[in-house]
Design a binder for this molecule. Structure first.
Ligand SMILES: [Zn+2]
Length: 657
């Protein structure tokens, strides 16, 4: 039973609690999610029956897929009346396919939720494997149907999409048809998929395995102010832990984290260079196969995945490039507040140095109890619309937020949705810092987005990466403004402005540098493989071009440490972040213009994120043309105002401290 009615505070500033009274005794049980609404356990009837049904459906779908194969050869000539059997097979495949993917998604989400709470849960690990191979089976069984729907005659496709089973798939089928020239014959598609398991995918697995198991030697420097932050002497830590030190308030520890990482990466540089070359090489070879009608550019698949036109990409990146100096200015201001001439590369993720040092960080960590944090988020949401505020309470009351501090919990935060019930759940480790409150607002933003999609057919709810962060970034911005309007204390203000400055540097400098590096890598790799030396030099020169003199050194290991370059599911997983951030700022800016009508327009926009291309979505709901620079310049101006506010606070902090 949920009794999370602890102290709710509307008057800021909130008192900073001393570290000794961390509020866990009070909220530990209350901040736990309850998944029993979805599944009792792995042994429970629902899970067991669900798994059995997916297996049954997979067999059915495999048979249906085979029955469609002969029609593929004459796809363009198919007619709804003459080919009634094929039409019926399409209906049944779509119907059973949706049932299977809904069930499988529910089983996988549940399994993932359980292992997030306890990474050592053996049952969860076992089911992960079982569900992954079922997922591969389902995907394979769909190949013939997908190809047929992309290649079939207009009349046949229209007949499929007019049926009740077909209608919800109209947008996705339309997307498939748009790129039909890129498809290969079924046998070749199947060969590519089969070979990629131990080829392309295996390179990604190898990267995970090297970076997941490699350790590095941390040599904490014996500097003043670091006492107590580490056990005395050196110790071996994982690469992930070393990377997490970049967020430590202690600058010496951040540097020690960087140096520890650097040493280990230099041991593995040749293997990692081989992986990066193979991933890019595989993709380029596959794109060449798909270039029968016109050359397929290496950016095209990423743009298609993001439902975004090249002209939108060009307009956005032109504005981002012309605004680079604003990102650098943010870094210079951060250096001033930190009291150093220039930031080092390991300082770019550092927390706001207002209180400084570990003791300060601990005091800040205890700032907001879970109930207080939740109340802040509720207030910020309600300031947009009362319904949004109520949504936060509903998430709490239906126990769909997991916020406890547990040693077995997976790091990080996420929001997940059950496809069957359409309910969203939020996962995080809430320690009470302002950053944790912001993460809570962010993840609840995803959950709110999910709730708005709940009434739509499932195939219309799969939004691209470019739009995935709209609601979450929006929620973070709303929280920042709410705290600002609540006349937060100077330290909180500075902390909020610090993270705005960090955003400016991330989205205008860091992410564009990642994109430039990856574009150059693909361009060069088309000619020949690049050795570790060349990759390091390419990264260094790219950082130099983007960061210029705003940093005192560059991260030459970035090509090895940034997981995004090694993801196999997506390529160029960088510009969608910049798109998402700037798009969300642009949406937020419509608040003033639309006044009372804003929330309805915002909700309508979110509802269409899974069934429109980004340009159409922006045109319909915001009345803007994303392929023109104006929209993007508007968002950069908002960011410029934020950096200006930070500059003002930095100047004032200098006077009063
Ligand atoms: Zn997110």
């Amino acid at each position: 039973m949920l009794t999370l009615t602890g102290p709710t505070s509307t008057a800021l500033p909130l008192p900073a609690l001393p570290a000794a009274v961390l509020p866990w005794a009070m909220t530990h049980d209350q901040a736990a999610w309850d998944l029993r609404t979805e599944f009792d356990s792995f042994e429970g009837g629902r899970f067991v029956a669900g798994l059995a049904r997916v297996r049954e459906l997979a067999t059915l779908l495999e048979a249906l897929g085979s029955s469609l194969e002969p029609s593929l050869a004459r796809a363009a000539a198919l007619e709804p009346e003459a080919d009634a059997a094929a039409l019926d097979a399409c209906f049944r495949s779509l119907g059973f396919g949706l049932e299977a993917s809904t069930l499988l998604s529910d089983l996988s989400v549940y399994t993932n939720c359980v292992s997030s709470i306890d990474g050592t849960d053996a049952e969860a690990r076992q089911f992960r494997g079982i569900l992954a191979s079922l997922s591969a089976r389902l995907e394979k069984s769909r190949a013939a149907l997908d190809l047929l729907l992309a290649l079939a005659s207009e009349a046949f496709t229209a007949a499929v999409l007019e049926g009740p089973e077909g209608r919800p798939h109209a947008f996705l089928v339309g997307q498939g048809r748009k790129y039909r020239d890129r498809l290969l014959p079924l046998a070749v598609e199947n060969t590519v998929t089969t070979l990629s398991t131990d080829g392309f995918q295996a390179w990604g697995t190898l990267y995970d395995s090297i970076t997941g198991t490699a350790t590095c030697l941390l040599r904490p420097p014996p500097l003043a102010g670091t006492e107590g932050s580490l056990p005395a002497g050196e110790r071996r830590i994982g690469l992930a832990e070393a990377a997490s030190l970049w967020r430590d308030p202690d600058p010496a520890l951040r540097q020690a984290g960087y140096e520890a990482q650097a040493q280990t990466f230099s041991l593995h540089r040749e293997s990692l260079a081989a992986i990066l070359n193979s991933l890019a090489g595989w993709r380029l070879a596959e794109y060449e196969l798909r270039s029968a009608t016109a050359p397929l550019h290496f950016l095209d698949p990423a743009l298609a995945q993001n439902r975004m036109a090249r002209r939108t990409f060009d307009a956005m990146m032109a504005v981002v490039d012309e605004s680079r100096e604003l990102g650098r200015e943010a870094l210079r201001l951060q250096a001033r507040l930190m009291g150093v001439p220039r930031l080092a590369c390991w300082d770019i993720l550092a927390p706001c140095p207002v209180a400084g040092g570990k003791a300060g960080a601990e005091a800040r960590n205890a700032e907001y109890s879970f109930a207080e944090g939740l109340e802040l988020v509720r207030g910020a949401y309600a300031a947009i619309d009362p319904a949004m505020g109520d949504f936060v309470l509903e998430m709490r009351d239906t126990r769909r937020i997991e916020a406890r501090v547990l040693s077995t919990k997976r790091p990080g935060a996420y929001c997940t949705r059950f496809a069957g019930s359409r309910r969203a759940y939020v996962f995080q480790t809430y320690r009470g810092s302002l950053a944790d409150v912001s993460t809570l607002a962010h993840e609840l933003g995803h959950a709110y987005h999910g709730t708005l999609l709940a009434g739509l057919p499932l195939p219309e709810t799969h939004y691209p990466m470019t739009l995935a962060e709209t609601a979450s970034t929006f929620a973070e911005t709303a929280l920042g403004d709410y705290l600002e309007n609540q006349a937060a204390d100077p330290a909180t203000r500075l902390s909020l402005a610090w993270s705005d400055a960090q955003d400016a540097a991330t989205f205008l400098v860091n992410i564009p540098a990642r994109l430039a590096f990856e574009q150059r890598l693909y361009g060069l790799r088309a000619e020949k493989p690049l050795g570790a030396e060349a990759l390091g030099e390419l990264m260094r020169s790219t950082w130099e071009e983007y960061y210029g003199d705003s940093l005192r050194n560059y991260d030459e290991h970035f090509w090895m440490s940034k997981l995004h370059f090694y993801k196999t599911g997506v390529s160029f997983y960088n510009f969608p972040y910049t798109f998402g951030y700037l798009f969300s700022l642009g949406v937020y800016a419509r608040r003033q213009a639309l006044g009372a009508g804003f929330h309805a327009a915002y909700a309508a926009l979110l509802r269409d994120t899974g069934r429109m291309e980004v340009e159409d979505l922006a045109q319909r709901h915001l009345g803007v043309d994303l392929s023109r620079p104006d929209f993007w310049r508007g968002s950069v101006e908002i960011l410029r105002a934020k950096v200006g506010r930070f500059a003002h606070l930095v100047a004032t902090a200098g006077l009063t401290s």
